[in-house]
Design a protein around this ligand. Sequence first.
Ligand code: NAD
Length: 255
Amino acid sequence: MIKVAVSGCAGRMGQTVVGTVRAADDLELVCGIDPHGAEADFPVYSTVAEALAGEAFDVLVDFTQPAVVADNLRVALPAGVDCVVGTTGLSTETLEELAALAPAGTCLFYAPNFTTGAVLMMQFAKAAAPYFPEAEVIEFHHARKLDAPSGTAVRTAQIIAEARDGRASEAPGKETEIEGGEGARGALVDGVPVHAVRSAGYMASQEVIFGSLGQVLTIRHDSTDRACYMPGVLLGIRSVGEREGLVVGLENFMS
Ligand code: NAD
């Protein structure tokens, strides 16, 4: 039985993770952590430190906020707790710094996107990138999202840039933006323009648009329900015990 604590347990993702962990035969929900935790029929602590003092758990799942996730991990990892992190906004440098705090045998697993379809979208983008000189990413999210661009969009842009192997885009860039229209060509992430749309009516969608002479390839993924993340979260919880150090991306566990 894998003992699990859920950080951010009162949030939208946290509540879904709590239900998913409880429904799994091989997992045990030990506690939640949330300073704004609503009344629950399981122990809820305000901080990770209090949870570690009160309970024993193998895995911490964190879906909190970009501003607090690093502090949560700074407490959990040195205690030898494997961490499954979905909270976005962590830079590669910060992840490496946090992973270095963990004793041998402990894993920090961070997935910018736990949706299997989104992971496949990134893999298809990687396959297409060498054959198309132009690539742009457009992501669409609900209006309550706190970070822009999304972690998935950033990761997709990084993957495209790596697959391009240094070849620069020939499309018109930010120098073509008119006065008062700065940002029209998007944010450049590793040289790839990324555009973020925020609106009621969306949950999480992304398009990757590849252009070449006389052809356009569009790869699109839509998440329509938070349930889409749960198979990936379960895969992470069940896989971290066999890994150590920093692991970034659900694709590492999909085979
Ligand atoms: P939410 O605002 O509904 O929930 C966040 C919860 O974290 C809140 O209940 C809040 O009280 C709690 N919290 C705040 N500070 C805390 C702390 N120090 N310790 C513990 N809990 C704390 O947000 P959400 O929609 O559930 O999203 C949470 C995060 O997950 C966001 O960063 C979002 O971008 C990310 N996300 C990632 C994926 C993915 O696949 N990687 C998918 C969906 C959402």
